[in-house]
Design a binder for this molecule. Structure first.
Ligand SMILES: [Zn+2]
Length: 346
C-alpha cells in the first residue's frame, strides 16, 4: 500500500513516500481496518518528525493522526459497524481498563497512545484502530472535511466546553487564529454565544477570522495583546484565554486575563517553561487549566455536531499523499488558515 513514512527523525527531508508497504492486519478482535480516503496534518506531526523524548519508531514508520475513510475489515468482537461505513477516527488510543478510562476520561489514560506517534499512523491507504475510536459520519460530509475534523475539534471542545466552561457572556481570547485548534475553538465559542478575540501575525488571517465571526482582532506582531485587550475592555480584561503557544505568549495571556479568569492550555509550541506571579494568581482568583485531546463522551458530542453540519473545519489546502512533504512544508512555514489535508484515495 501507499504511505507517507519516516525512517529516522529529522527535518522534512526525512519524509518518504512509499508504495510497497504491506496492508496491515487486525491486531485484536476489537479492531477495524479503514480504507483511508483523506488524512489531515497536525502540528503534532512536526514534533513526531523531529523526535519526541521516550518515543521510538520502527522504520518505515507511518506518520499521521487524523483520518477519514470507509470500514474495510471488522474484528469478530465488533458490533454496530459495517463494511463501507463512512467513519472518522479519534487518534487518541486508550487501554479502556485503567482507573481514568473506567471513569470515562480516556485522554487521561495511564497508557494513552497517539496514532502516528506511538502507533502506525493515518497517512496510508489502510489504518487499523480499535472500533471504540471510530464513529460513523454521513456520507455527505466530504472526506477532506471529515479528516480535518477529529483532533483539532476534540481538543478545542474539551478546552472550551469542559475545562473553561465558556458561557454566552464570556469574552474569550484565542491566540494564533489559522491553526486548527484555534479555529475550532472560535467556532465552538461563537456557537455558545461568547464574544471572541483572536490574534494573528497576519492581517489577512485576521480579516478571514472576522468573516468567520471573530468579534475582536489583534495583530500580535504589531500590537501588545495584553495592552490592547485592557484598552478595549476598560481595563477589565477577558474572562477566558485559549493558549497553545506557551512560553512566548504566557505573560501576555495573563496580562489580558481579568479577575476570576480562566486560562486553558493544550500545548507549548514556543517553549515549555513559563513564569506566573503567584500574587496575581490568588488575588485575581485565576484558574490555570491544562487540557489534552478529549474523552469518548466529548468525541460523541463533536461527531454529533459534524453530523448536523456544524463546526465544519475550514480546509486550507489539499495535497496528494505523494506530495506530503510539500504539505508539511506549508505547515512548518505557518502559512495555513485551516487544516492541511492529504488526499489518500481518489
Ligand atoms: Zn486507561
Amino acid at each position: 500500500m501507499r504511505a507517507l513514512t519516516i525512517s529516522r527523525h529529522g527535518g522534512l527531508e526525512q519524509l518518504e513516500f512509499r508504495d510497497d508497504l504491506p496492508v496491515p492486519e487486525l491486531r485484536s478482535r476489537g479492531d477495524v481496518r479503514i480504507r483511508v480516503r483523506a488524512a489531515a496534518l497536525n502540528h503534532l506531526d512536526l514534533f513526531t518528525l523531529g523526535g519526541l523524548p521516550g518515543v521510538t519508531i520502527a522504520p518505515p514508520w507511518i506518520m499521521g493522526a487524523d483520518a477519514a475513510g470507509t470500514i474495510d475489515a471488522i474484528g469478530e468482537g465488533v458490533n454496530g459497524l459495517q463494511a463501507g461505513d463512512h467513519v472518522v477516527v479519534n487518534p487518541g488510543i486508550s487501554d479502556r481498563t485503567c482507573e481514568y478510562c473506567l471513569d470515562g476520561e480516556q485522554s487521561l489514560c495511564v497508557s494513552f497512545k497517539l496514532l502516528g506517534e506511538h502507533l502506525p499512523g493515518s497517512f496510508a491507504e489502510y489504518l487499523v484502530v480499535p472500533a471504540a475510536n471510530v464513529r460513523v459520519v454521513p456520507a455527505s460530509v466530504p472526506a477532506e472535511v471529515a479528516a480535518a475534523f477529529p483532533l483539532a475539534t476534540l481538543t478545542a471542545w474539551r478546552m472550551v466546553v469542559t475545562r473553561a466552561r465558556v458561557r454566552p457572556n464570556d469574552e474569550v481570547l484565542i491566540w494564533g487564529i489559522g491553526g486548527g485548534v484555534a479555529l475550532a475553538a472560535m467556532q465552538i465559542c461563537k456557537q455558545i454565544g461568547a464574544r471572541v478575540w483572536v490574534t494573528s501575525g497576519s492581517d489577512d488571517k485576521l480579516a478571514r477570522a472576522r468573516a468567520l465571526g471573530a468579534d475582536e482582532t489583534i495583530n500580535h506582531r504589531t500590537h501588545d495583546v495584553a495592552k490592547e485587550v485592557r484598552a478595549r475592555t476598560g481595563k477589565r480584561g477577558v474572562t477566558v484565554v485559549i493558549d497553545s503557544v506557551g512560553q512566548a505568549t504566557w505573560q501576555r495571556s495573563l496580562g489580558a486575563l481579568g479577575r476570576r479568569g480562566r486560562l486553558v492550555t493544550c500545548g507549548g509550541t514556543s517553549g515549555a517553561m513559563v513564569e506566573t506571579d503567584v500574587r496575581r494568581l490568588f488575588w485575581n482568583q485565576w484558574s490555570l487549566l491544562g487540557s489534552t485531546m478529549g474523552n469518548d463522551t466529548e468525541f460523541d458530542a463533536i461527531v454529533a455536531e459534524l453530523g448536523a453540519g456544524r463546526l465544519l473545519p475550514p480546509v486550507d489546502s489539499v495535497f496528494p499523499l505523494e506530495e506530503g512533504r510539500e504539505a508539511f512544508a506549508r505547515m512548518e512555514r505557518g502559512e495555513q488558515f485551516g487544516k492541511i489535508v492529504l488526499e489518500v484515495a481518489r
